[in-house]
Design a protein around this ligand. Sequence first.
Ligand SMILES: Cc1cc2nc3c(=O)[nH]c(=O)nc-3n(C[C@H](O)[C@H](O)[C@H](O)COP(=O)(O)O)c2cc1C
Ligand code: SF4
Length: 603
Amino acid sequence: MVFASPSSNASTGQLAPVLARYGAQPHALVQILRELQALQGWLSPETLSQVAPALGLTLAQVQGVVGFYRFLHTQPVGDYRVLFSDNVSDRMLGSEALLADLCQRLGVTPGRLSGDGRVSVDRTSCTGLCDQGPALLINHHQVVTHLDAERVAQMAELMRARVPLALWPAQWFEVHDNIRRAELLLGEPAAPGVALAAALARGADAMLAEMKRSNLRGRGGAGFGTGLKWELCRQSPGAEHVVVCNADEGEPGTFKDRVLLRRHAHDLFEGMSIAAFVLGARQGFVYLRGEYRFLLEHVQSVLQQRRDAGLLGPSILGQAGFDFDIAIHVGAGAYVCGEESALIESLEGKRGTPRIRPPFPVEHGYLGHPTVVNNVETFCAASQIARHGGAWWAEIGTTQSSGTKIHSVSGDCERPGVYEYPFGTRIAHMLEDCGARDTQAVLVGGPSGLCLSPYEFGRRIAFEDVSTAGAFMVFDRSRDMFEVARSFAHFFAHESCGFCTPCRVGTALVAKRMDKLASGQGSRYDIDVLFELDRLMHTTTHCGLGASACNLLHDTILKFRPAYEQRLRSLYFEPGFDLDAELSTARRMTGRDDVGAHLENWT
Ligand SMILES: Cc1cc2nc3c(=O)[nH]c(=O)nc-3n(C[C@H](O)[C@H](O)[C@H](O)COP(=O)(O)O)c2cc1C
Ligand code: SF4
């Protein structure tokens, strides 16, 4: 069997059913474009011209949206669109050499379509598979894990022979959960409906009181009190309230939500339904990151099971007036869409530009309705609280950080995977559990989190000490922390949405300065400039992406200074280029190459 080349035009036959599925709603634009692209391979000008009027939008609006998302293409990308996960952990496992090998075997240049129009190979930001990398995405809906030279050679052969993905070895697409330590959230899932029934038995007011009693704080990073968030939303006037689960999980090194979505989807939906019961919401969304498209069928089937069991839809568990359902929105490759207001924009079918706040989503969220946005893990915790009560949850962990936290452990350790600990656990304890040796640094919370050096390994995971959204990346002494910071500087420059100048320009300047240092042209002056950019971006950027983009840089300059200083050419100023070499044309034109024509001889 070989591929039939997909047509590049939106035949009415393809467009009409997709539009019908979404009621031709303009806020479903991203989903409609994703589906058309899956059918046609790319989004041709004709397709965009047909979609725009069908949704009551201008062509410019549609083009603006397409241009924002990395996984939407206005040029052909081939029958095989290969995207290597480009996290530091993938690179540590050899992803760059494997990418070069695949390109060489296929005769393609990274980022370009092959001459025969069949294959393109490129990099993409972390795909959330750091515990089983190096990994890649193929055609935006399959992932290949545990890549090695043999697998790459076989893949090249299969692509050359134009074998469809459905006939590739099934074990290549296996994704393991790698649950290494389970407590409350990662243990055996409860029977569907138990937590929801407990919430209904309590009543909405009492359930909200339990949430507040639990002191649960959001697991997406900011740590806002979940009970308070639900209360603020509930108090906001509006004909409708909306519940949104943030499953964007884009922070490099984080993959615990992937495991919850696969293993504990019922707990997640239970938590969302409990929130809906408290708020009186009818509509829920899961914003599933585009890189997790391979989970879509599983998550949809769990939703259907719940509908069949009367746990979603009208009169849930026989409760008159409790009518709630959940739709899945698949993202299209943009880290900033994890920021809750950008996520809501994206849910509304627009570019994922963070909103000006206030008003906050709890007052003015999805289509202007009061909206609660919570992380996957937060909703799973809410379902535990419904079953066991707020006081039970509050007793676990520390005073300011109740309950347990799930960590995505990767990098230089023997047992990468997900680990659940009560808050208050020391970094050293976690390093021992995962089999880390000779550790030089741990990046907690990803590149926008904290980078700790060995003298800090006695610190504890807690909002009052080391706060985290879940990434725990380990680096042993063989790693160059400057290169780690440089790689993430490029990540932020790449992911900046470009809306505000301090971040758009600042992240690019930081990446450029780091490249200058890497090329051996740097000086202490460049380090001063990096600190200045960090200060500026912290205080002036529009959203958390820009504000935290220099966190790792800041920590590595302070704690791993020799990694920077060994690259400095001089102590004060050095230009970012070789001045003497730049003058070679002038020397040639003037016919001079004497000693005095070279800068180093000037005094
Ligand atoms: C750039 C950026 C990316 C973010 N990515 C995520 C994400 O992938 N998942 C998430 O839950 N929260 C993410 N957040 C935090 C959300 O804005 C929001 O605080 C969170 O979803 C609220 O849920 P919680 O209260 O349960 O933590 C991100 C924030 C920023 C600034
Ligand atoms: S800080 Fe960066 S990501 Fe956030 S709005 Fe500004 S440009 Fe966009």
